[in-house]
Ligand binder design. Structure first.
Ligand SMILES: *[C@@H]1O[C@H](CO)[C@@H](O)[C@H](O)[C@H]1NC(C)=O
Ligand SMILES: *[C@@H]1O[C@H](CO)[C@@H](O)[C@H](O)[C@H]1NC(C)=O
Ligand SMILES: *[C@@H]1O[C@H](CO)[C@@H](O)[C@H](O)[C@H]1NC(C)=O
Ligand SMILES: *[C@@H]1O[C@H](CO)[C@@H](O)[C@H](O)[C@H]1NC(C)=O
Length: 188
């Protein structure tokens, strides 16, 4: 019975379990170390009525007291923004993109800037192939925010982990750049 449990845990551990047998306790300790780390940036240019050409995101839903051109009052509560943002390896908007960050965010607190994020990194480059999907709460006033890596495909098949977001730049209500420190704890 005990032996079967150990084997099952090792199978669930996948690539992280590596060579050599271990007790369930040892296995748990090992997975605390990330099996892969990545640092990437993505750039969000919100449509504001005048930047149709280079905007990468748009307000698609607004509360009754707002509209879809300008983010609403009360910390943008109720706004829903869809984005298709370039991802870069450094913090320069004009660096060659390695893929697109595609998804949406919803501002969901009246008394402080906070959003919920759901998006995927869709890679299109020679370094990485596949996708990583993220979801989580993003209290924007925190210097760093942890969100979940809930899955992946291709090079990131079945991955899971945690990504730490930090706002690397914020220019008015038109442009922001997020740094994403990705720590994957399940790699196949
Ligand atoms: C978007 O385009 C406008 C007009 O060309 C420009 O003024 C603005 O700086 C651009 N925004 C970014 C973030 O590059
Ligand atoms: C959207 O709301 C802003 C702020 O209330 C206002 O200045 C702007 O004229 C509105 N735009 C449209 C298209 O209704
Ligand atoms: C992927 O990158 C290539 C080369 O830069 C480009 O031609 C192609 O349109 C890109 N595909 C997608 C889906 O973005
Ligand atoms: C944001 O910061 C507050 C106060 O420092 C902390 O309690 C909270 O856990 C943080 N939230 C996240 C998601 O990091």
């Amino acid at each position: 019975m005990e032996v079967r449990r150990v084997i099952l845990l090792m199978m669930v551990g996948g690539g992280g379990a590596g060579a050599g047998a271990g007790s369930p306790q040892q296995w748990r300790k090992r997975v605390r170390e990330p099996c892969k780390k990545l640092v990437l940036y993505f750039h969000d240019i919100i449509y504001n009525g005048h930047n149709g050409k280079n905007a990468t995101s748009a307000i698609v839903g607004a509360p009754a007291w707002g509209n879809r051109t300008i983010l609403a009052g009360q910390n943008h509560f109720g706004d829903v923004v869809v984005f298709d943002d370039p991802i870069t390896l450094d913090n320069n908007l004009h660096s060659p993109p390695v893929g697109r960050a595609q998804g949406f965010y919803i501002y969901n607190k009246k008394d402080i800037f906070t959003s919920s994020l759901v998006f995927s990194f869709v890679f299109n480059c020679t370094h990485h192939r596949g996708t990583i999907t993220f979801a989580g709460a993003d209290p924007l006033m925190n210097k760093t925010r942890d969100i979940s890596v809930i899955g992946g495909t291709g090079d990131f098949f079945m991955t899971r982990g945690v990504a730490t977001l930090s706002t690397d730049a914020f220019e008015g209500q038109v442009y922001f750049r997020l740094r994403v420190d990705i720590n994957l704890y399940e790699c196949w």
